[in-house]
Each structure stands twice: as structure tokens, then as C-alpha cells.
Design a protein around this ligand. Sequence first.
Ligand code: FAD
Ligand code: SIN
Length: 536
Amino acid sequence: MNPQRFHDSARNRKNMTYKYDYLVIGSGIAGMSFALKASRKGKVALICKTTLDEANTYYAQGGVASVTNLEVDDFDKHIHDTMVAGDWLSDPQAVEKVVKGAPKGIADLLSWKVDFDRKEDGSFDLHREGGHSEFRILHHADNTGAEIQRSLVEQVKANPDIDIYDHHFAVEIITQHHLGKIVTRRTPDITCYGAYILNEDSGKVDTFLAKVTVMATGGVGAVYTTTTNPLIATGDGIAMVYRAKGQVKDMEFIQFHPTALYHPGDRPSFLITEAMRGYGAVLRNLDGEEFMHKYDPRLSLAPRDVVARAIDSEMKLHGTDHVYLDVTGKDPEETRRHFPNIYEKCLSLGIDITKDMIPVAPAAHYLCGGIKCDLNGESSIKRLYAIGECSCTGLHGGNRLASNSLIEAVVYADAAARHSASVIDGYDWRHDVPEWNDEGTAHPEEMVLIIQEAKEVNQIMAYYVGIVRSDLRLKRAWNRLDILYEETERLFKVSKPTRELCELRNIINIGYLITRQAMERKESRGLHYTVDYPHK
Ligand code: FAD
Ligand code: SIN
């Protein structure tokens, strides 16, 4: 945020206090589907840090996994595929909940007017992706997320019980700590009373009091240099909950998507959907040779961690920074019909995917861990729920099965809406919450340093906490992050909070959590691969 940008009238106003039944932080699929359901029970504030559109959800390509074709598919197969992908670390109850709740989640999306592609006979046109034993991915061409985001934005805008606050940045959640009490990780009843939210127009940090607060802040891809996530994905919700002494789990399991378009300088990287490999595209090295047979009998459709590591290994073997995805063997007409957006994007860079191979490389894509929550989506902090990518429900275990996350967000948003509706009448607003202390200064030079330090965090994570890890690399990351942590916390204490400073703080916290939980896992499991404890 640039302080100079504040509107004059707004700049001089006081800090405000708002009261809502529900405070929902995040306007992706998780936050918006929760808001739509909760609005039947109470008044909702829906907060997002930039525009309503800018969210991981908007970028999703492949689709939404759900058993719909009962002639060939069933829940047991989807459950089994999810457990295998998760390296048997998934929580079976969470897996069953999402898989069996998925058809109802699809019905919710249809009721919000999401348009999934269908065949001529009216049945869903199903795709298949890595790790799925059946065709079970519902999609809207190759831009399913944009279609979902469009529909949900329309629904929330039309809902009189949802107040939308865009360009509002959640800085911290409010707990007993802000009432002057000592809160540690052992405090039994940490309770959330709302959040301090930075209004980007006024530069003021306002107090949002809520009976129930919902964290739906999405992923952490922007902690890495190369990512498919929009750059707002800085893990804010997870960092806030961790600082408030809430439980955070499975952070070492960062999913790298094997096939992001290799186009140096692009941040985020454009995704080439896994559905393209499901459709028949094959991976080749720079000499045009297929290589997946050396790594896994499932070839290009092996789970993502296997394919990403295989590509990483090929790139190291040949000293290159990308490989190729080749779809030229398929019918050009059909390719253009299935992947119109990828076709157009690549063509704009001079790559005709019906004739040319597509340069691809792995990129940070998805966080399997996050804020630990139970089957109702409730976190370890009372009156605080976590849903969507920022949460750790236990569904993904060591690795997420492709297209399982959008549906997880819808199923858990429903569970959290139901559960919170059943308890909210027993909660009231706290009236003794102090205003945010607005003292502090902002210096232009600090802004330059903040941008530089954010780049340093990205590089540390890319070099030392990437696809292949080791004890030495993790220790190195830890030491470097520690220096940045000390500097940034000192700056935060004496500065007015800006979005950039808060995001820097958050990515350092997230980098630390990924590194620490990776150091604690003394085995290669799921997405966490370390040369010091190779696979048995
Ligand atoms: P998001 O959609 O990321 O929304 C986060 C929201 O939180 C945003 O509104 C943001 O403004 C807000 N926010 C964050 N921090 C703050 C703050 N401090 N203050 C205020 N607001 C804040 N999954 C699938 O299942 N199928 C797919 O095909 C698929 N394809 C994908 C392709 C790409 C390129 C990417 C990046 C992801 C893909 N995923 C896919 C993953 C999936 O899109 C995400 O997991 C999912 O959309 C996350 O939804 P969410 O609602 O949890 O978060
Ligand atoms: C993709 O389309 O390859 C992404 C799917 C996902 O991340 O679930």
C-alpha cells in the first residue's frame, strides 16, 4: 500500500469499529461459499485484500473431483486414490467426508449457477488427472476456476446480508492477548473475537468484531520464486493464526506442479493443466525423448510429486531449466476445443501447441497443510474456523490428489456454516477490545528494503526448501530466515502497518513453518523428499 494514495477525507478519519455475526476473511471458493450459507443465519462481512476476483480459485484450470458416473466409478475408488496420493498420511474420516460429500458440493455449485461442460446426452464431460483411477473431474473448458469465481461473485454481490470489503487487509486476529492477557500455545481456551483489518483507502486499521470468524485466506505459493499462485498467496491467515498460538500442521507438504509454462520473468507462472496429460500429452527431455518410464510405470499420469521429482532430476541430469510437454500427437481441432485458453496463451508467446512442444518446469502450486481444523472446520482457537487451502483438514495427507481442493473447500464451508449456525446464538461481541495502536511511521527507504527482503525469502525457499531437500539445506534456510525475522519484527514494531510490510512478515513466518516442520520429519514421505532420509 502506498500511503500517498489514501483519500484525503479518509486519511483524517478515526479508526472504525464494525460488528458482524460472521467475519469471513477471503473471497475465494471457500470464503464465498461459506458466506452464502452463513447469510441465511446472520449478517456477514466478506473481506478480501485486493479485488473480489484475485484468488487462487480464479486460476484453477483442471476442475472439481467428484464421483458422478456410477456406472464405472464409486466412492471407494475415489477414497483409495486420495489415500494413495496422500502416501497414507491422510485422515480417513476427512477423506470419507469430502469424497461422500462431493456430489452435494457439486449440487451447491450448480445451484450457484456454475456451468460445467456436458456431453451431448446431458451427462458431465469428465476429465482424468494424475493419480485418479477413473474419469471424474468436472470442468468448464480449461478455466474452471474463473467460471466458479464469476458465479460466486455474482451470488455474493446480489446477497443483501453480505457486506463486501475489498482492498481490506487482515493484519491480526483478536484474542485475549489484545485484552492484556498472557496467551501461550498451552493456553486452553484461546478465543477469537474478530480481527484488525487495514483499510487500504484510509490507511487506518479498523476493528471488526464478530461472533464467528472464518479464515479462508488461501495458499502460500508466493513464498517461492516460481509459483502458479497469484502473488497475493502469502499465507496471511496461517501466519496470523500461528502468531495467535493456534495449531498449524503439515506445512512441509508443498505441492510443486510439474508443468508450469516455462517463460522466464513470468511471476506467477502460467499453468499447463494436468488434464492435458490425462488427454494424452507426454513429457520429453530437450532431445525429444520420453523419460517417465525411467521413474514410474504410470508414466506421465503418475502422482504430481513423482512427476515433479522426475522432471527435476532430468533437468539436473541434462543441465537444463525446463523439459517439454508434447501434445502434437493429438487431433489439433480437439486440442483447441479442450484447451482454448492454454492454446491462446501459448500462441501469444509464439508456441502453437498443436505443432510445437510446450516448454514446462515445476512451480510451487499448493499447500497441503495449514491451520489444523476438525471435521466441522473449527480450528484450535474457539470461534475461529479455517476452510479452503489455508486449512489442514487431513484430506491431503502427504500429497493432494489433483482437483480435490476446490471440492474440499465447498464441503468444509458447508460443514463450518452448519456447525457455526448451531452455536452462534451462544456467542456475543466483546465490548472491551481496544483499538489498534496506530502510532508509528513509514519511510520510503523501508519500502525498498521490504521488496528486497521479500525476494530474499523467495530465493531462500527456492534454493533450500524446494522439491529436493536435505538437513544442511534446511538448516541454512532456517538461519537465513531467522535474520530476516528479527529485522522485520523490529521494523513492524515501530512502523505503521502497510500491506507490503505485513505480507513480508507473513511470508517469513510461513517460510519458517515450512522449514521447521520439514526439519522435524525425518523421512521422505509424500511431497517431502530429503536426500538424508531417502525412500525405503
Ligand atoms: P483463494 O481462492 O486463494 O482465496 C483467498 C482469498 O483470501 C482471496 O480473496 C484473498 O484476497 C484473501 N486474503 C488472503 N489474505 C488476506 C488478508 N490478509 N486479508 C484479507 N484477505 C485476504 N484445485 C482444484 O481442485 N482443481 C484445479 O483444477 C485447480 N487448479 C489450480 C490451478 C492453479 C493455477 C492454482 C494456483 C490452483 C489450482 N487449484 C486447483 C487449487 C485451488 O484453486 C485452490 O486450492 C483453491 O482455489 C483455494 O481456494 P480458497 O478459497 O481457499 O483460497
Ligand atoms: C491442474 O489443472 O493441473 C491443476 C489441478 C489441481 O491443482 O488440482
